[in-house]
Design a protein around this ligand. Structure first.
Ligand code: FES
Length: 108
C-alpha cells in the first residue's frame, strides 16, 4: 500500500521549527522557510522578493513575517506583501504534517 507521503517532499520535522525560530531548508538547490505561527505550519520561499533577505531569519508576528533586511512584510498564508518596500508576492506551499514530519507537494 502506498502512503500519501511517498509522493510528497519531506522538508523537515516539526521539532525543527518553533514559533520563535523559523527553519531554513534547501531541497534541490532551492531554499524554503518553514514557520510555525498561531499553531499552524507554513512554508514559503526563503528569499525575500525585494532583495537578499532570508525570511527564515525574519521576525514573525501573527501570520506575517518581517524581512530582516528592510522590514518589508509578507502574509505567510498567501505570500502577499503586506508592508513596503515589498511589492511582489513570495511563493507559498500548503504543508502536509504527518507523524511529526513536514512535507510539501509541487516543490520549486
Ligand atoms: S530584502 Fe526583504 S525587504 Fe528588502
Amino acid at each position: 500500500m502506498t502512503d500519501v507521503t511517498d509522493t510528497l517532499v519531506h522538508l523537515c520535522d516539526t521539532s525543527d521549527v518553533s514559533e520563535d525560530l523559523p527553519f531554513r531548508v534547501e531541497r534541490d538547490g532551492f531554499a524554503y522557510a518553514v514557520f510555525l505561527a498561531d499553531g499552524q505550519y507554513y512554508v514559503t520561499a526563503d528569499l525575500c522578493s525585494h532583495g537578499p533577505g532570508q525570511l527564515s531569519d525574519g521576525f514573525v508576528e501573527g501570520c506575517e513575517v518581517e524581512c530582516p533586511f528592510h522590514q518589508g512584510r509578507f502574509d505567510l498564508r498567501t505570500g502577499a506583501p503586506t508592508a513596503p518596500p515589498c511589492m511582489e508576492p513570495i511563493r507559498v506551499w500548503t504543508p502536509t504534517v504527518a507523524d511529526g514530519r513536514i512535507y510539501i507537494a509541487d516543490p520549486a
